[in-house]
Design a protein around this ligand. Structure first.
Ligand code: BES
Ligand code: ZN
Ligand code: ZN
Length: 487
């Protein structure tokens, strides 16, 4: 699908379906020359997600689609994203080859020109996302072109940026949706390398030999049950101008998590293809940074492996040694994400020395119990980092909810036979805090946030542009927004 943006002065061509928005209590504003039957919209209330498709009686087009936005006072970016997604989905289902989304000034004024442009481009692109990579006869989309019409340079720039962000998100979804045999650690590393661009983005991939030399015993311990070899991906983005600081993004890249010897139940185990969603989201940020400028040096670190049972696999009770010398009892081999992240954090602290670390991981089932599928769990070592991330999440529609990490939780992760154990004692509960507490000592004093995206990486309720059983691409747009707005 091609997405273009135009000024309202542009001529409408006859082949298109026109989509316009309407808020509650007002009449749809049609572009000049477009006429529909007199009472066509009489019973239209303009409620959010209300839809009318009607024929024109005069003018250059055949049909007009009107989509309700609800109350004007409650209008925001999320509603525009959803409305644009509905527009493209209706266009597709009515077999239109192209749709022109016309946004009038009133709406732009209310939401802000750039924000509206971004949201509409995101909604249109993400609403038409499909994953047909493994169908022998992929269905072709009928909708080929989406044109977004609105006034002003700022709006046009917003549309352009929204397209970049949405394409980064679909890049992530494509990585997520591939099953374990089509998205191995090697494949994920190849995807990272494909992002390298003109010196501004570079990528190094460390293999098993390099991990052994760096003494990454935890990452190697998870990988040892698998025939696919692990990788450690390190991407770097350098800004064109002056750098305001160094930020590291670390993502869990488990391309399939069977649980290891602590084997998971078979029901829905296929969903553990998504256990690389944190890593994919980090790659997605670099996909966007190919085309955007942010004033920070950004590092992306993604440890990637499978977690399988087998004769060589780590056994419950086995002790492995992290890159920084910390010894760890692996009491449950299914709590593997924190193990590979721990070595990745050691690497990040020792080799990159960033000002801030943000990690993303499908870390615990407990966060799904606590927050469901619409909010990610957030642990942050500073209020500033917490607030800026929460704010970015509100803006991108990828909500975060702060969760507690106390010294008490960290205490529970002390081992009996080694320094740490990878699960807490039987009666502590607070499984997501335990995961964060395990990671905490590996970041030392660095400003740090941990995002548990186990609930949001897939399986959310339908929000038109996102939701359902496919990967959501959560995290990428959020982090880019954070990088743009960080003070
Ligand atoms: N990848 C899982 C977490 C997960 C579960 C993500 C469900 C999405 C949906 C993680 O590796 C895991 O298995 N965690 C265990 C930890 C436990 C053994 C302490 C869990 O949450 O059950
Ligand atoms: Zn696991
Ligand atoms: Zn896992």
């Amino acid at each position: 699908m091609k997405l273009v943006s135009k000024e309202p002065s542009a001529r409408l061509s006859e082949s298109v379906l026109l989509a316009v928005f309407v808020t509650e209590g007002s009449a749809p504003a049609l572009p000049r020359g477009v006429v529909v039957a007199k009472h066509a919209f009489d019973d239209l209330k303009g409620e959010f997600r209300e839809v009318r498709l009607t024929d024109t009686v005069q003018g250059p087009l055949r049909r007009v689609l009107v989509i309700g936005l609800g109350k004007k006072e409650a209008l925001d970016a999320e509603k525009l994203r959803r409305a644009a997604a509905i527009a493209v989905q209706r266009a597709e289902s009515s077999s239109a080859p192209s749709v022109t989304i016309h946004v009038d000034r009133e709406i732009l004024k209310h939401v802000g020109d750039e924000v509206a442009g971004v949201a509409l481009a995101e909604g249109a692109t993400l609403g038409s996302y499909r994953f047909e990579a493994h169908k022998s006869k992929p269905k072709e989309a009928k909708l080929k072109t989406v044109t977004i019409v609105g006034a002003g340079r700022v709006f046009q720039a917003g549309v352009k940026k929204g397209r970049v962000l949405a394409e980064a998100n679909t890049f992530v979804r494509d990585l997520q949706n591939r099953p374990g045999n089509k998205m191995t650690p090697r494949d994920l590393a190849a995807a990272a390398k494909s992002l390298v661009k003109s010196g501004r983005i570079t990528c190094r991939v460390f293999d098993e030999g390099a991990m052994k030399r760096m003494k990454m015993g935890l990452l190697l311990g998870v990988a040892q049950g698998s025939r696919e070899k692990p990788r450690l991906i390190h991407l770097v983005y350098r800004p064109a101008g002056r750098t305001r600081g160094k930020i590291a993004l670390v993502g869990k890249g488990l391309t399939f998590d069977a649980g290891g010897i602590s084997l998971k139940p078979s029901s829905k185990m296929d969903e553990m293809r998504f256990d690389m969603s944190g890593g994919a989201a980090v790659l997605g940020v670099f996909r966007a940074l190919r085309e955007l400028d942010v004033p920070f040096e950004v590092h992306g670190v993604v440890p990637t492996t499978e977690n399988l049972p087998g004769g060589a696999a780590t056994k419950p009770g086995d002790i492995h040694v992290a890159m920084n010398g910390t010894t760890v009892e692996v009491l449950n081999t299914d709590a593997e994400g924190r193990l590979i992240l721990a070595d990745a954090l050691c690497y990040t602290v020792a080799k990159i020395k960033p000002d801030t670390i943000i990690d993303l991981a499908t870390l615990t089932g407990a966060v799904v119990t606590a927050l469901g599928h619409e909010l990610s769990g957030l642990f942050a070592s500073s209020d500033k980092l917490r607030d800026e991330l929460v704010e970015a999440g509100k803006e991108t529609g990828e909500l975060l909810w702060p969760l507690p990490l106390l010294d008490y939780h960290k205490e529970q992760m002390k081992g009996l036979f080694a320094d740490l154990k990878n699960i807490s004692g039987g009666d502590m509960g607070a499984g997501s805090s335990a995961g964060a507490a395990f990671l905490a000592p590996f970041v030392g004093n660095t400003d740090w946030a941990h995002l548990d995206i186990a609930g949001t990486a897939w399986g959310g309720s339908n929000r038109d542009w996102v939701g359902g059983s496919l990967g959501s691409g959560v995290g990428t747009r959020l982090l880019v927004r954070y990088l743009e707005s960080r003070r």
